[in-house]
Design a protein around this ligand. Structure first.
Ligand code: HAM
Length: 428
């Protein structure tokens, strides 16, 4: 009988199956990142994958709206899969107005975007992120920036840089160039910098209403990069208050010991429309795509709740982070594989397995379909620390035979000791 057609055997385009050896790598990253967020006092939130389309579309920006997985349910509701967690968090806070501020929440979960699949770009992927809601303080900006730096470090990324810019400065810059046209369209064009050829960006800027010379001047201006420590001076060129704000942010970043990781980069403008102030993206080693991004979005929550609430956050693309950090697989060998040689050894085998499980070990009992040799071969191949053999001889002697699969030695251990729960076969 022919099985599924080839195409149906694979996951849907842009999505990936996560097999156990990949899952445990993902889980390790999840644990590392969650630990950092928890250590900073953030608490985990989860929301439904499905949202009202209207909620998602309200402030996504045109580009993202095109990427929303959209459908109608059987009752005719217009729904969509969340494309990030910032919007669902804003929605949750719109009906939990009395949540004490500042709110510190984090997430590690799946999001969906109908993007063109390519390297580092999937249609279903994981985001780890934090949202700090209800504070306008420069210290809040620094806390979130520092948290992003510490998150990258927690998974072993040593060589990284976080590039930052400020949308308020961008607005001043656009005004100083006498730019009319659509601000959002211009920012979206600038966000493509480095991702598409400059010629294409100039063309987009012209379509957004800029004349050729202004578009060129803007492109030259955004090429500037400075060390993060120069952010105060740099931004005060556009606005004194802004310069002062960055003075405070830089001081706080220095207190966190991560200031050296930051760079002012005027080409960082971000593709999402909801940003109002600080914007930033993280780059790791030679990995070309941003592993994470975030910023301040002081108007988004109000859009849902009607109450002005300053906020900022970031999200890291977990798959990209893992690729950049070279974390792809994590083996999870079994602690014990218990093999009853004869039918009457089965009950003892289960007893032994249960005693070991009670001690926290992961233990599989043979199902009676493999010969001893086959079971040993399989154990060597799939990863088992100790192979426990219980045959008639062992039963008579009141022992089990434990083969250390790594050292390739066998020990005899008294059954009573195993029944009592064995920390290690070598324990006295
Ligand atoms: P974002 O830049 O759209 O920001 O996404 C954050 C990260 O998710 C990106 O830096 C990237 O690593 C990853 N990512 C985005 N699209 C894909 C894709 N198609 N495949 C794989 N990874 C992808 C946000 O989502 C904002 N909500 C971040 C934020 C939180 N801003 C404030 N708070």
């Amino acid at each position: 009988m022919p099985g599924l057609e080839d195409q149906l055997r694979r996951p849907v385009r842009g999505m990936r199956d996560i097999t156990p050896e990949q899952y445990y790598a993902l889980k390790k990253v999840e644990d590392g990142l969650s630990k950092v967020a928890e250590a900073f006092g953030y608490r985990r939130i989860e929301t439904p994958a499905v949202e009202h389309f209207e909620v998602l579309a309200r402030k996504a920006g045109r580009e993202i709206v095109d990427e929303i997985y959209y459908f109608r349910d059987k009752a005719g509701r217009e729904l969509g899969l969340r494309f990030d967690m910032t919007v669902p968090v804003a929605r949750v806070l719109s009906y939990r107005l009395d949540e004490p501020k500042p709110v510190r929440w984090y997430y590690f979960t799946k999001v969906w975007r109908y993007d063109e699949p390519q390297h580092g770009r999937y249609r279903e992927f994981h985001q780890f992120g934090v949202e700090l809601v209800g504070s306008d303080s420069p210290r809040a900006d620094a806390e979130v920036l520092a948290l992003m730096a510490k998150s990258l470090e927690a998974v072993g990324v040593r060589d990284y840089v976080i590039r930052l810019n400020d949308r308020a400065a961008m607005d001043r810059m656009l005004a100083s160039l006498g730019v009319g046209g659509s601000r959002e369209e211009i920012l979206r064009a600038l966000d493509k910098r480095g991702k598409v050829p400059d010629g294409e960006i100039l063309e987009m800027l012209r379509r957004a209403g800029l004349d050729g010379a202004t578009a060129e001047a803007l492109m030259a201006l955004i090429s500037e990069r400075r060390p993060g420590s120069e952010a105060p001076d740099f931004f005060s060129k556009y606005d004194r208050d802004l310069g002062e704000r960055y003075g405070r942010i830089v001081k706080a970043l220095d207190a966190y010991g991560v200031l050296g990781r930051f760079e002012v980069d005027l080409s960082i403008v971000r593709g999402l429309d909801y940003y109002t102030g600080l914007v930033f993206e993280a780059y790791a080693g030679e990995y070309r795509l941003a592993v994470g991004g975030g910023g301040r979005y002081d108007n988004l929550i109000e859009l849902y709740s009607g109450v002005r609430t300053p906020a900022l956050g970031f999200a890291i693309g977990v798959e990209r982070l893992m690729e950049a950090a070279g974390i792809t697989r994590a083996e999870r060998p079994l602690d014990y594989y218990v093999y009853p040689v004869t039918e009457d050894a089965f009950k003892t085998a289960v007893e032994v397995a249960e005693a070991l499980r009670d001690k926290g070990a992961s233990v599989a009992v043979d199902l009676g379909e493999l010969t001893l040799r086959e079971a040993l071969e399989r154990a060597a191949k799939t990863g088992v620390a100790y192979f426990v053999i219980i045959g008639r001889k062992e039963l008579e002697k009141g022992v089990v035979r434990i083969r250390d699969m790594r050292k390739r030695v066998e020990l005899e251990v008294e059954l009573d000791r195993v029944r009592g729960g064995l920390a290690s076969p070598y324990a006295p």
